[in-house]
Structures are given as C-alpha cells and as structure tokens.
Write a protein that binds this ligand. Structure first.
Ligand code: NDP
Ligand code: AKG
Ligand code: MG
Length: 740
C-alpha cells in the first residue's frame, strides 16, 4: 500500500481544542488506508516561538511550520486540512508573548516604539506574526465556499432562530461619501513586465522611494488613499447623528485581515469618540506609549503606572465622554467591554451578519438589544450591508427553511487585491504626493495626500484572475447554477477586471450557462431576490467580498459559517480544505475554562476531511481513501439527521460527544459498505463496540461537564492537560486504540 500524507493544521482556541479530540479519530481511520496524518503547528504561539530560535533553549525551539507548509502549498501533492487560526491584533499578540514568557520562554517584549536597531528587528519579526499572516501564505489558489446539500437540508429541517425585522427599524450601515479608498481608487493593467516604484514627493520636491515592485505582464495594480481629515469628520458626523436620533453607535472594521490600514482607522474612531480625553491627556499618553490603534484597553493598561489619583482623574474624563456621546454597542456589557476596547473584538465579516440575524440589533450597556448605526468607513464594500438591511426591513427576516443559497468563488490567489496590500500601506508623515512610477519615469498613478492619510497599493496577478474565471465557470457548470461576477463599473479596479473577465470567459465553453456581471448593489439585490424564491446564485467576487459574503450568506442560511465546505484548489494542483468560513470562536474557550463544555461544531472539519480523503484517493489511486471519504460523508449526513451536533449549553453532548457519534457512524458505514471488504472487516469490531457502549461513552463524556477545566494555557496549552480534558472517556479511547 502506498503511504500518502494529509497535513492537518494545529491552530488556536476552539478549533485547536477540538483537534485534541478529533485527530486521534481521523488518524485511526486514515491509517487503515495507509495514509499518514501529519500535524503542522501554525498556532499563534508556535509562530511566535519560531520567530526567535536564538533566544530559546534547544528543547524549546520549534520549526517554522508555516514556512514549510507555505512551500508544500506550492507542490502538486499538497493535501492540507486547514483549521481557522487567530489573526492576531497587537493586544492578542502581546497577551500571547506574556503567556509564553510566563511559561519560561525568553521572548522579547513587543516594542511599541522601537528605538534601537535591535528593537526594530524584533518589531519586524513580530510584524510577520501579526494579523492575517497565515491565510495569504497558504492560500495558493482561489476560493470555493459552499453549503453542501446535506447541510442545507439540515438547516431546512432544523432552522436556527432568526430575529424578526421591524419595518420601523432604525438600524442602518453608514459609510464615507468621499475621501475614502473607494473615491480615490486608481487602477492600471501592466502591458509589459517591469519594475515600478512607489514614491513620495514632499512639498520641497524631495523624492522618497518607498518600494520597488516587480510587476508581471497583465498584472493589475491599484492605488488609493483615505483622507484622515475626512475620516475624522465622518466619525464625528456619525456620532452626532446617533446622539441626536437616539440610535446606538457601532464600529465594524477588519483590523485582523486588513492588519495595517484598519487598526489605523480604528484608532481614529477611538480618538474621535474620546476627543476630550485625547486632547487633555494626549501628551501624557504619548509619554506612556498609549496607542489608540490598540483600543481603549491600551489606555487602561498604560495608565496603570500612574498614581491612583491620576488614574481616577483620567477614568473620570473617559466617563464624562459617555455623557455627551451616543450609546455605544458593547462586546460584553457585563464586563463593561465596549466596541472600542480592542480592535479584534468586532470583526466586520462576522459582526454584521450577526447583527442582521439579530433583527438588525446589537447589545447596549444595559445588556438590551437596540437598533444601531453600523459604521464602516470604507464605502466600497459597506453598501452591500445597507442593501441587505433594506431588504430585511421591507421583506422581513430571511426564512432558513425555504431560502436558496449563495455560494462563493473568491479571488485570493497570489495575495490578490487587499491580501497583498500590507507592505504597501503607508500612514503619511507629511503632506505631498504619493505616486506610482514606471522604471522609464512614466507616472502611472498619483494622489495628493496630507499628513495622516492612509495610502495603499494592491496587486492582482493575471494568472490568479484567469484561474478565478475558470473556477467560476466550473462551479456554475458542476452545480448548474447562475453565477454573478460582482464587479462595479464605478470602481477603477473592477473596470480593469471586467475587461479580463470578458476576455477569459471566452476561453471556456459557457453554452447553456447563466453568467452575469453586475455592480455590487444590483448583484446583492438580485441574489437576495432569487434567494427568497429558493434559488441559488454563485457570487463570484474579489477578495474582501469573498470574506464578507462567506460569513454573511451562510449565517443567514445555516446560522453559522462553520458549516461551509471551503476548498482552495491550489494553482499548482494541490488542494487545501479549510474548515468552515468563520473564525476561532474565542468565546467557546471561555466556556470550556468555566464549565468544561466545548460548543464548537466540527462539521466544517468533517466536510473538509471527507473531500481531502476523496481527492487523495483520486490523485493517488488509493481506493481505500475514496471509500473512507464516502463513508465519512454518509456518517456526517447521519449525524445531521440524528441531530448529534453539539448544543450550546451544558447537559447535552458537546464537541466531544459529536465526535463520538461521528466515529460511531463512520465505523458503521464502513462496516456496512460493500465496495471494500478489507475496510469493512477492519472496522466491524469498532462499529460493534461503539454501538454497544454508546450509553457508557456518552455518560463518561458528559460526566465531566459543569466544572472548570484546566488547559495550562490559552495560546499555548499544556498538551497533556488539554488531552485529558478533551478525551475524558476511557472506554472510547480504548475502543479507538484497539483498531489495528
Ligand atoms: N480562516 C481563518 O483562519 C479565520 C480566522 N479568524 C480569526 O478567528 C478569531 C475570531 O473571529 P470572529 O470574527 O469572532 O469569528 P468567529 O467565527 O470565531 O465567531 C463568530 C461566532 O460564530 C460562531 N461560530 C463560529 N465557528 C463556529 C463553530 N465551528 N461552531 C459553532 N459556532 C461557531 C460562534 O457563535 P457563538 O459564540 O454564538 O456560539 C462565534 O462566536 C479572530 O482571531 C479571527 O482573526 C476569523 C475568520 C476566519
Ligand atoms: O485571514 C484572516 O484574517 C481571516 C480570513 C477570513 O475571515 C476568511 O477567509 O473568511
Ligand atoms: Mg471571513
């Protein structure tokens, strides 16, 4: 039997905990097909540790698993199961460093304001770990995300709750009407390969070359900026309006994925909301190293060094702001954590759908739901949320039992669009001109900018676009579904893409297919109108809309994006199977710590593993793998039918219980199938044991609930402790071990 390999990532928070329980199951089954399941630790903690080998003792060092996996992703044999990981904000990164230091790892502090060369090098090393650092490296292909039929059927049978919409709802999205990235965007397509320079020219005419880019032929290059003055004025306007109208104020950005530009935007919101505090204590804050981009948590943290009386004075000034500012949405009203506390608490892709599902409301200081103004400065993508809000206000909440589906084909390969913008994003230090210049001196694009403005460039490679069009046509054909390319004629970048889409569509046989190109507003309206009639529509979008829509529609349709099948067919021929489309659910870990209950649903993992096995089987001719994959799909279907997913509250089965049922059904399916007698024989005993001992195992699993759990860490858990917590049934463990 040929041994082939599946790489299973070890990540963070809830999915990492779930891995302790699920991986032994997967390895046991895969082994029967001669497949080795290798883990690759790309958790935030491991990435931090891998950045400072020289400071660690021999036995503390870890390999740079992300770099290795990034290389594998470029090979045709790649078969990677990727679980969601933390895209760390600075506060999260600092907390991780602190935890590792306390565990005895000699890591340097995160230098907020590096002064020496050494500190600058440290900051650079940490910057590589910050924000969305994993996905752009591993996603060496475009994105295919959809709800499999069994999952959709489950949602129709057991619909999740949907908050009612009132026609009188005052909730809405608000965005800049000028001065933002949308209004300043310029875009060019490179006619030939060659270098271009990004440079700044100050008022005195001095030129500072920021970066030289090696451009490929046919590559699309964009540049744009957000005016800092316009941004501040916008925030002030939204606050005034909320105050006057008595509507709650909330901010929705993506400070994790847009790791350079959005924390700055978030910092502006903090400074405007607490204007008097920053005016009065600005200098002191500067001395203390307060960074509003890290949220109000940074203020509370840094003022701790001050005498108590000064701290009280500042806290009073903060409270005084609440007197004349509108009510702000809360992340945790019990603990008093506001929307402006930490930039990674409210992440737009998940927060806006949650709000729309929840009657368009968020939680106020008193813990009650309220209508809210959802502030999303960048108008490019914010408008789609207003369209959905309008739709729900007019037609009522969506009905999961009848609604159609909006799967997505997203452009993200080769760090397409915003993914590749981080090292080309600048906060201007003075007034002047930012320009993009060809080697021969031709100015391709330029903007007049002012101090504080945020300027950025994005690149999109021709090969990535070509592959994206191909994937869209394939999906439209395979699922016989209408596909809409969301490309806005108002946007410079999209105009370039429209030309390419028209051209590359001709490379494919599209007879009989319904493929359309529309601006965002029309695209979302059309998709929603079809959806309420039970029709499916593939959204074919750029990178940010890929991210937004693959939470937005699944959360309406399925209650969570965790149930999505999320595939990245890699350009080099390999495959990455992501689990779900959502995040790492930090709230779930808190529940484990408090009451040893993990409500994480590993359905995304089950779906991904089945596709991974099937693909591996097809590519290597491993028949056992295909049988395993098919049986897993059937087992997942049964699990859904029998409603054996984790429930939200203690008392019922949690993540561990659902893994037991998956194992039971998987073994039963294998034992019963007729395609592969070897596998049937091998799993017959396990199927029998688990069937007989169901009651006992479930009792053993559920017995541990209700008491606090000790994991020995948050970012870097103690392996044996986490193992003990996540595998509490001796009977189940023994049954698995007995499979030869
Ligand atoms: N692909 C990736 O690697 C991604 C990583 N992230 C990262 O994840 C973290 C959290 O992001 P956030 O925006 O809060 O998004 P999450 O998706 O983690 O959280 C939103 C909510 O969705 C529900 N949810 C998500 N996944 C599951 C699941 N498998 N089972 C059950 N419920 C689920 C939970 O609801 P409830 O609490 O009500 O149970 C959760 O609180 C951040 O660090 C972010 O950067 C985010 C998106 C993708
Ligand atoms: O890379 C990230 O930070 C998040 C990605 C994400 O949310 C997604 O791919 O849906
Ligand atoms: Mg997302």
């Amino acid at each position: 039997m040929t041994t082939s390999k599946i790489v299973y990532t070890f990540t963070d928070e809830a999915p990492a905990l779930a891995t302790f329980s699920l991986l032994p199951v997967v390895s046991t089954f895969a082994k029967a097909a001669g497949i080795e399941v290798e883990t690759s630790d790309i958790s935030l903690a491991a990435r931090v540790l891998a950045s400072f080998p020289d400071r660690l003792k021999e036995d503390q060092r870890v390999p740079d698993a992300l770099a290795e996996l990034g290389e594998l992703a470029k090979q045709p044999e790649a078969n990677i199961i990727k679980l969601p990981n933390i895209s760390a904000s600075i506060p999260q990164l600092k907390a991780c460093i602190k935890e590792l230091q306390a565990q005895g790892y000699d890591l340097p502090e995160y230098p907020d304001e590096p002064s020496s060369e050494e500190e600058k090098a440290i900051l650079e090393a940490y910057s590589k770990v910050l924000g969305s650092a994993v996905n752009p490296v591993l996603r060496q292909g475009n994105s295919d995300r959809r709800a499999p039929p069994a999952v959709k059927a489950y949602a129709r049978k057991f619909p999740h709750s949907m908050g009612k919409w009132s026609k009188a709802s005052r909730s809405h999205a608000d965005y800049m009407r000028g001065g933002d990235f949308f209004s300043s965007e310029q875009s060019v397509t490179m006619e030939a390969a060659g270098d271009v320079r990004i440079e700044f020219v100050n008022k005195a005419g001095q030129v500072d070359v920021k970066k030289t880019l090696k451009m490929q032929e046919g590559e699309v290059l964009d540049s744009m900026f957000m005016s800092s003055k316009a941004l501040d004025a916008f925030f002030e306007r939204t606050l005034q309006e909320c105050k006057e109208d008595g509507v709650m104020w909330s901010l929705h950005v993506k400070a994790t994925m847009m790791k350079v530009s959005h924390p700055i935007v978030f910092g502006h919101a903090v400074r405007v909301f607490y204007r008097e505090v920053f005016e009065k204590y600005g200098e002191l804050f500067e001395e203390l190293g307060v960074n509003p981009n890290n949220g109000m948590a940074s203020v509370y943290d840094k003022i701790k060094t001050l005498p108590q009386s000064k701290q009280d004075e500042i806290e009073e000034a903060i409270h005084a702001c609440y007197e004349h500012r509108p009510e702000m949405a809360m992340v945790d009203s019990v603990k008093g954590i506001t929307n402006l506390h930490i930039p990674s608490d409210v992440i737009v892709d998940a927060s806006m759908p949650a709000m729309i599902r929840n009657s368009g409301q968020m939680w106020g200081r008193d813990g009650k739901q309220k209508d809210t103004k959802a502030v999303m400065p960048e108008s490019t993508y914010a408008r789609i949320y207003q369209e959905m809000i309008n739709f729900c206000r007019t037609n009522g909440a969506f009905d999961p039992t009848t609604m159609g589906s909006v799967p997505n084909v997203g452009l993200m390969a080769m760090k397409a669009e915003e993914y590749g913008s981080h090292d080309k994003t600048y906060e201007m230090k003075e007034d002047g001109v930012m320009r993009v210049v060809k080697a021969d001196g031709t100015v391709l694009m330029q903007h007049n900018v002012e101090k504080g403005d945020i300027w950025r460039a994005c690149q999109t490679k021709d090969a990535a676009i070509k592959d994206w069009v191909k994937l869209a046509v394939n999906r439209a054909r395979q699922s016989n579904t209408t596909a809409i390319f969301w490309l806005d004629a108002e946007r410079a970048h999209d105009r370039e893409l429209r030309k390419k889409v028209e051209k590359y569509l001709q490379d494919h046989d599209t007879t009989g297919l319904d493929i359309r190109v529309m601006g965002y507003n029309r695209a979302i309206r059309t998709s929603m109108e079809r959806m309420v009639r039970g029709k499916d529509t593939i959204s074919v979008t750029g990178n940010v809309l890929r991210d937004y829509l693959t939470d937005l529609f699944p959360i309406m349709e399925l209650g969570t994006s965790a149930k999505m099948l999320s595939i990245v067919p890699m350009l080099a021929g390999g495959g990455m199977y992501e689990t779900g489309a959502g995040g790492s659910a930090p709230k779930h870990v808190q529940q484990v710590l408090q009451e040893n209950y993990l409500r994480w649903d590993s359905l995304g993992e089950f779906l991904a593993i089945a596709v991974s096995l099937d693909e591996l089987g097809q590519k290597t001719g491993n028949k056992h793998a295909q049988v395993l994959g098919k049986a897993l799909d059937a087992a997942t279907g049964k699990l859904l039918e029998n409603n054996k997913s984790p429930s939200r509250k203690i008392g019922d089965i949690d993540n561990r219980g659902s893994h037991f049922y998956l194992t039971l059904y998987w073994a039963q399916e294998l034992a019963a199938q007729k395609d592969d007698s070897e596998l049937a024989a091998r799993f017959a005993a396990l199927a029998k044991t688990l069937t007989e001992k169901e009651q006992q195992i479930v009792a053993e699993l559920n017995e541990v609930q209700g008491k606090p759990a000790d994991l020995g860490g948050y970012y870097h858990v103690d392996l044996s402790k986490a193992n003990a917590v996540m595998r509490p049934s001796a009977t189940f463990n023994q049954a698995l071990e007995s499979v030869k």
